[in-house]
Design a binder for this molecule. Structure first.
Ligand SMILES: NC(=O)c1ccc[n+]([C@@H]2O[C@H](COP(=O)([O-])OP(=O)(O)OC[C@H]3O[C@@H](n4cnc5c(N)ncnc54)[C@H](O)[C@@H]3O)[C@@H](O)[C@H]2O)c1
Ligand SMILES: O=C(O)[C@H](O)COP(=O)(O)O
Length: 627
C-alpha cells in the first residue's frame, strides 16, 4: 500500500500565513493597519499553538480583515511568489506523486487551489475552508459546517478520508501534529523551513528544515542528493558573523566557536563536520584530518594557510580555500601607520602624556617623505605598501626571492643585505614558509642602518626576537613595530613577550587584517568558494587542489570523483560508466602530480548501482553525487 502524504498549506507550502498577507492587502492605506495586523498575527499564533479554538481564531481574524473578493487575485499573485524555496525546487515530486498527496489546511480553498494547481494537485485533493461573501463581495465569514472551521477539524477531515497505507503529515503547527496524536496519521514531520514552533518540533517524529530532508528521509526522488541541512559547518576563531549568516541562509547547519581549538579538542569536534572554517591560529594536522570522517573542505578565513597540512588534505580529497586579498589593504594601512608612528616617536610622546608629562620636541621626529622604505617580500601586501609608501613620498626598495615587476618608481635589489643597509625602515611581508624562520636575526639586524626601524606584520617566526631586543637595547635600531609573534594565544587574554616594556616598540595583537572591511569581505569571499564547491564542484582558487570551473548543469546529475593520479584510472572510470550505460553530457578533468579530479555530468535517469561501482574503483579518494 502506498504512503499518503498530507501537507499543511500556510507556512509549509508557502513561506507566509496567507491571512496575514491578505490583511496587508485589505488594510492598505488605513491608519489602524499596523495595529490590526499585529492583532491578526497574534490571533493566528494563538490558533496555531492551540491556545484558542480555531473557529474563534478564524472568526476574530475575518472581522479584523475587512477583506473583499477582489482582494483575492492580488493575494494569489503574491502567494505565488512566496512558495517555500525547497518546495519550489522539488516541484517534480508533487507532479510525480500527486495521487498520494493531499492538502489539508485550515486556510481557504479560494487561494490554495490556484497555488496548488501549478503543482499538479487538483482541487479534489485539497481540503480547506471556504469564504462566505456578502452581495457586495465583502468577506463576511466562512462555511461554519466545514470540519476545518472547527477545533481539531483536521483530525475529523483526515478520518473521513479513510486513507489506506501509512499516512505522513507534513506541517508546522499544532493542528498538524494532533492528527498523528489522534491516530489518524502514523508520522508527523515538523516542517521548519519558514517557522519553527516549539509545540510542533517537540511532538515531531522528525524535524524537516526543508522538503529535501523530508524526501531524503523517505528515500523519495529529489532535487538534491543530500539535503543541505545535513551538511555541518564548524566555524572557529570568531569568524565574522556574515559568514554564519550566508551559510545558514543557504541551508547548511552552522556552528560557531569564538576561539581556536587545541588539537585534542578539535579531534573530538571535527567528527561529522563537512566544512571547517578557521583563521590563523587553528592547526589542521594529520591527526585532526584522521578524525575528520566527513570533511570535504577547509576554509581559511585569512591569507595564511601554513597552519593547515595542505598535502594531507589533498591526499584525503579535502579542498582548502583561503581569502588571498581580502585583508591585504588593511595590513598595508597598518604597516604604513606603524612606519609613520615610529618615525615621529608618537608612542613615546603618547606614553609620556598618559603619565602626565608634556614633552614638546622635534628630536627623533622625522617626516617619512624622502626616506627609504625597504620591503622584504614583494607579494600582494608588499606591492600595495610600495604604492601607498610612494604616495606619501617615500623611496621604495624591495627584495623578493622571485622576479617581481617593480611598481611605480620602486627599485628592486638583488641581495637582502643591500636593502638592509640603505633602508630607514624595513617592512617584512614574506609568506609563511617555514624556511623564513629567523630570516631577520642578529646578523641581519647588524646590517641595518643605525637608528632605522623594523616592522613585521608577516609571521612571528620570521624575526629572532631576543636578537631584536638586544639590538634595540643597544641603541642600534631606532625602534620596531610588531603585529605577529612566534607564539600567539588561542583566544584573547594574558600575553607575554620579551619585547614588552622595551622603548620605541609598538606591539599590536595580530590585528593587521582585523578591520571590519577585511573581515566582512573574507566572510563573503570564503563562503562563496565553499558553496561553489559543495553545490557544484567548482575548485576555482583552491589552494591545494587542481582548479576547475564547471558549467552550470540543467536536468543532469553530476558525479565528482577524486582519485590518486595513477595511470589508467580515467579509463577505469569510463569503463564503469559505459558498463552502466550512462549517458554522459559532459566530462571535465583536472589533475596534479598527486590527485585527479574528474567531474561527469549525466542525464537525469541512471542506474544507482553505478555509484557503488565508482566508489569501489581502486585509488578512489572521495566520491560525491550532486543533484
Ligand atoms: N598581520 C596580519 O594580520 C596579516 C594579515 C594578512 C597577511 N599576513 C601575512 O603577510 C605575509 C604576506 O602576505 P601576502 O598576501 O603579501 O603574501 P604573498 O604570498 O602574496 O607574498 C609573499 C611574498 O614573499 C616572497 N618571499 C617569501 N620568502 C621570501 C624571502 N625569504 N625573501 C624575500 N621574499 C620572500 C614571496 O616570493 C612572495 O612574493 C604572509 O606571511 C601573511 O601570512 C599577516
Ligand atoms: O593570514 C592572515 O590573513 C593573517 O595572519 C590574519 O590572520 P587572522 O585572520 O587570524 O587575523
Amino acid at each position: 500500500m502506498k504512503t499518503q502524504y498530507v501537507f499543511d498549506f500556510d507556512s509549509t507550502i508557502t513561506r507566509v500565513e496567507a491571512l496575514d498577507l491578505l490583511a496587508e492587502i485589505s488594510l492598505a492605506g488605513r491608519s489602524d493597519k499596523e495595529e490590526r495586523i499585529r492583532k491578526i498575527s497574534s490571533i493566528t499564533d494563538l490558533g496555531i499553538d492551540g491556545d484558542i479554538s480555531f473557529t474563534e481564531s478564524l472568526q476574530r481574524r475575518v472581522v479584523l480583515l475587512e477583506a473583499r473578493q477582489d482582494h483575492l487575485p492580488v493575494l494569489i499573485e503574491q502567494l505565488r511568489g512566496r512558495v517555500s524555496k525547497s518546495i519550489e525546487e522539488n516541484k517534480e515530486f508533487f507532479e510525480n506523486f500527486r495521487d498520494q498527496i493531499y492538502i489539508i489546511s485550515c486556510g481557504f480553498k479560494e487561494f490554495i487551489d490556484p497555488i496548488m494547481e501549478a503543482y499538479s494537485i487538483p482541487s479534489d485533493r485539497i481540503y480547506a475552508n471556504t469564504f462566505a461573501f456578502s452581495e457586495e463581495g465583502e468577506i463576511v465569514g466562512f462555511d461554519q459546517d466545514n470540519y476545518l472551521a472547527s477545533h481539531n477539524g483536521k483530525i475529523e477531515c483526515l478520518r473521513q478520508l479513510q486513507l489506506q497505507g501509512e499516512v505522513q503529515v507534513i506541517g508546522d503547527g499544532y493542528s498538524d501534529y494532533v492528527m498523528r496524536e489522534a491516530g489518524v496519521a502514523q508520522k508527523f514531520f515538523a516542517y521548519t523551513e519558514n517557522v519553527s514552533r516549539q509545540k510542533a518540533t517537540a511532538n515531531a517524529d522528525h524535524i524537516a528544515p526543508n522538503l529535501d530532508e523530508f524526501l531524503f528521509v523517505n528515500d523519495l526522488p529529489r532535487n538534491l542528493s543530500y539535503p543541505k541541512n545535513r551538511i555541518k559547518i564548524l566555524l572557529l576563531e570568531n569568524i565574522h558573523s556574515d559568514a554564519f549568516e550566508r551559510l545558514s541562509v543557504e541551508g547548511f547547519s552552522v556552528e560557531t566557536v569564538s576561539h581556536s581549538l587545541p588539537e585534542a579538542e578539535l579531534i573530538e569536534k571535527i567528527k561529522g563536520v563537512h566544512v571547517l572554517g578557521i583563521r590563523s591560529k587553528t592547526q589542521v594536522t594529520q591527526n585532526v584530518l584522521q578524525a575528520a570522517d566527513r570533511l570535504l573542505a577547509v576554509g581559511a578565513f585569512c591569507i595564511g594557510t601554513k597552519q593547515i597540512d595542505l598535502e594531507a588534505c589533498k591526499e584525503r580529497g579535502v579542498i582548502v580555500f583561503n581569502a588571498p586579498y581580502s585583508n591585504t589593504r588593511s595590513v598595508v594601512e597598518l604597516a604604513l601607520g606603524h612606519i609613520i608612528m615610529l618615525m615621529r616617536s608618537i608612542f613615546t610622546r603618547s606614553t609620556e602624556m598618559h603619565e602626565g608629562h608634556w614633552q614638546k620636541t622635534a628630536v627623533n621626529a622625522r617626516e617619512v617623505r624622502g626616506k627609504v622604505l625597504g620591503i622584504v617580500g614583494y607579494g600582494n601586501i608588499g606591492k600595495q605598501l610600495s604604492v601607498l609608501a610612494e604616495a606619501v613620498g617615500m623611496k621604495v626598495v624591495f627584495y623578493d626571492l622571485e622576479d617581481k615587476l617593480a611598481l611605480g618608481n620602486a627599485q628592486k635589489v638583488f641581495d637582502i643585505k643591500d636593502l638592509l643597509a640603505q633602508s630607514d625602515a624595513v617592512s617584512l611581508h614574506v609568506d609563511d614558509h617555514p624556511e623564513n624562520k629567523n630570516l631577520i636575526g642578529e646578523k641581519e639586524l647588524a646590517l641595518m642602518k643605525p637608528g632605522s626601524f623594523l616592522i613585521n606584520l608577516s609571521r612571528g617566526f620570521v624575526v629572532d626576537l631576543p636578537a631584536l631586543k638586544k639590538s634595540l637595547e643597544s641603541g642600534h635600531l631606532g625602534g620596531a613595530a610588531l603585529d605577529v609573534y612566534p607564539s600567539e594565544p588561542r583566544s584573547n587574554g594574558a600575553f607575554v613577550t620579551e619585547l614588552a616594556g622595551v622603548p620605541h616598540v609598538i606591539l599590536t595583537p595580530h590585528i593587521g587584517g582585523s578591520t571590519e572591511e577585511a573581515q566582512r569581505d573574507i566572510a563573503d569571499f570564503v563562503p562563496g568558494k565553499i558553496m561553489d564547491y559543495i553545490n557544484s564542484g567548482n575548485t576555482v582558487d583552491a589552494v591545494n587542489f587542481p582548479n576547475i570551473r564547471l558549467p552550470k548543469q540543467q536536468n543532469a546529475h553530476r558525479f565528482l570523483h577524486i582519485h590518486q593520479n595513477v595511470p589508467g584510472i580515467m579509463a577505469e572510470i569510463n569503463q564503469v560508466l559505459a558498463k552502466y550505460e550512462m549517458n554522459i553530457s559532459g566530462q571535465y578533468l583536472s589533475t596534479d602530480n598527486k590527485v585527479g579530479y574528474v567531474i561527469t555530468d549525466l542525464d537525469k535517469e541512471y542506474n544507482k548501482d553505478v555509484i557503488q561501482a565508482l566508489r569501489e574503483i581502486e585509488h578512489t579518494i572521495k566520491f560525491r553525487v550532486l543533484y
